[in-house]
Design a binder for this molecule. Structure first.
Ligand code: 13P
Ligand code: SF4
Length: 299
């Protein structure tokens, strides 16, 4: 099947983009693997390919479509959603906009396209603090992840930031107990966690990074052992790119079932039958593009 995927990819002039949480087999055959920010940037720069097959969750494929509207963007499984993104509903965001007319809506890229279309700017976990610091507003409505919002508040104390009440159920599974046990078992290890983890976990960690930030930190740090507080799919790249270092999941490995919905078979069928195509209403796409492109200008 992998051979067929490679053949179809060439024949159809397709490019495969994959998120760091994808299964190892998909990461290994993708043309590009990255975090949300890197994938958004890559999607905006695709020139030669006619088709982008996106191995990730739906909001990421939508982002690729918004930034590369003339390409055919395929998501191998339409059910690969993100429950966090669904926690900010269009009507509720509109109400907040009305309540705080002088605030800027800063939307984490983990939002649906309609919400991006009524946001002022997007951000990812790799640039959230930079974006919030630089927008020309004192008051910010940050959505939908309250933990990433907490992280931003620690970094950008000069702004008034209103946090949305959303969370990622995968990252909220990490416990203080797991951090304590990891410290006991690996006293020399560096514990790095994602900003979607609860504040209690962030406070106990040695560093807080997006998935690409963790890859960079693992490469640059002198530590030999790392405890990773994010979805366990990232361990594949961490180990592959740093064979001389050791990586362990914080506590029991945490899995995002939506990211794991993309399989080799579904990727093969996606390329073969050119499904499932991401299409957005033109007005939603145009407006969402403004908030995404504004983000790419800030960082
Ligand atoms: P990154 O942008 O850090 O890869 O995170 C995406 C995500 O969905 C985290 O759960
Ligand atoms: Fe969404 Fe959480 Fe899965 Fe990331 S890990 S895609 S935020 S559910």
């Amino acid at each position: 099947m992998i051979e067929e995927i490679l053949r179809l990819k060439k024949e159809k002039e397709a490019i495969i983009l994959a998120h760091n949480y994808q299964i190892p087999e998909i990461q290994d055959l993708a043309d590009f693997v990255g975090d949300s920010l890197e994938l958004a940037r890559k999607a905006s720069q695709v020139k030669d390919a006619k088709i982008i097959v996106f191995c990730g969750v739906k909001f990421m494929a939508e982002t690729a479509k918004i930034l590369s509207p003339d390409k055919k963007v395929l998501l191998p499984d339409l059910d690969a959603g993100c429950p966090l993104a669904d926690m900010a509903k269009y009507q509720d965001v509109l109400k907040m906009k009305e309540k705080y007319p002088d605030a800027w809506i800063v939307s984490y890229v983990n939002t649906n396209a309609d919400v991006k279309s009524i946001s002022d700017v997007c951000c990812t976990s790799a640039n959230a603090d930079i974006v919030v610091r630089n927008v020309p507003a004192k008051k910010i409505i940050f959505l939908p992840d309250k933990n990433l919002c907490w992280y931003v508040k620690q970094k950008v104390s000069e702004k008034e930031i209103i946090c949305w009440d959303g969370y990622c159920f995968v990252h909220r599974k990490f416990t203080v107990e797991e951090v304590k046990k990891a410290r006991e078992k690996y006293p020399n290890a560096e514990i790095i966690v994602h900003p979607e983890c609860d504040p209690e976990i962030q406070k106990l960690a040695d560093g807080i990074y997006s998935t690409s930030g963790m890859l960079k930190r693992a490469k640059e740090s002198n530590s030999k052992i790392f405890i990773i507080g994010t979805e366990e799919g990232l361990l594949h790249r961490l180990k592959k790119e740093n064979p001389e270092k050791e990586f362990y999941s914080l506590g029991s490995g945490k899995i995002c079932p939506n990211m794991k919905k993309i399989t080799i078979e579904k990727l093969y069928l996606s390329l073969k039958e050119e499904k499932y195509e991401i299409n957005l209403k033109p007005d939603i796409l145009e407006k969402a593009k403004v908030s995404l492109e504004r983000m790419l200008e800030y960082v």
